[in-house]
Design a protein around this ligand. Sequence first.
Ligand SMILES: [Zn+2]
Ligand SMILES: [Zn+2]
Length: 411
Amino acid sequence: MNQQKQRIFNRIDDNRVAILDRSRLLFDTPELGYREFETGRLIRGWLESWGVPYESVSYTGLQVTLGHGAPVVAVLADMDGLPKKAGAGRIHSCGHSLQISAALALIEVMKDEPLNGTLKVIFTPAEEMIDFEYRQSLVDRGLVKYPSGKQDMIARGVFDDVDAVLSCHASGEPGCRFDVGSTLKGFVIFKAVYQGLGAHAGAAPFAGKNALHAAVLAQTGVAFLKDRFDPRDGVNVQPVISEAAGTVNIVPDHAVVETYVRARTEEALFAAADLVENCLKRCGQALDIETEVTCRPGFLPLSQSGEINALVKENMLLLCGEDQILENLVSGASGDVGDIGALLPTVQFGFTGVSGRFHGDDFAVTNEENACLCPPKILSGTVLDLFEHPVSGRPGFAARKARYLKTWLGE
Ligand SMILES: [Zn+2]
Ligand SMILES: [Zn+2]
């Protein structure tokens, strides 16, 4: 290990008590996306106590810039929590508080280091795709452009000068300490509204048009479609009937089917989405029911930079043996870091040290050594390596971004 890395790792160990205190406080301050006001206040408080300047970005997000010149390496930290399932309240059940904690520990040590490049640490709000009405209200009021924090930041040009992107995420994989090179699926969101005609179900059903029949037919049609998906593409479609009107003696005049379509690659995702969209439309038309299908972008599949992951793994090996690193895990989850990965060389490594179900009320941090102290070491080591050995990924960025905004986000 080189001297600078050794010094940084030692300082992270020396800061142990403060790092764990911050991490616990952040875990106990869960807020939903674009509502991370108290989280932002805490982060600003620590940055101010260190004399580190910051900028606000994307409503509740923040960014810190250290060093100067090329290359520019960005480290991302998600900020949002989730609703609790049982009763009211919120919980950091995706472990995003650990990402904030790692980003702060990184700033705390790197602010005093000589840096051969620029380190941008970006606290990104609103990763979980939930609470959609609230987010749409922010879009309508012009406060954000997009419901996902990273999509909003891409559109605002936050990544326009960035050469490489690093991120990490809590992982529940048993029997390992870290994972590297994992995939994330992409998804699109469909909503099919079926409008029929109400009528007396006994005396004159022939005078009505049953919208629920269209919804049931669409659900069945999508189930039949599943034969068309190659298992290697990991396509998931699980349509639910989210609204249905009517009582037993009135023909239902209104029904709604909602579904995500998920897949491992962009190609498979868009091919599957086309089939599902047609099916949702035509099942309504087949029964002479007025049908409106809308499609919204979710997140793109994450394809990671192998070049950066080789560096990430070298830094993991400073902390553990080869047998404790899981490589190329295929995950069914999705994240808006996938959108960043479609534009720039990007990685998201995983760290264990949590228990319970992700997005469940029993989620907890159980191994603080691994979950709080190791991620900032891997991040700082990889940042230094990227300053020494920059990756080449920027050529064509402007064209990729223009295409992304137009065809994916529909700008
Ligand atoms: Zn999550
Ligand atoms: Zn997450």
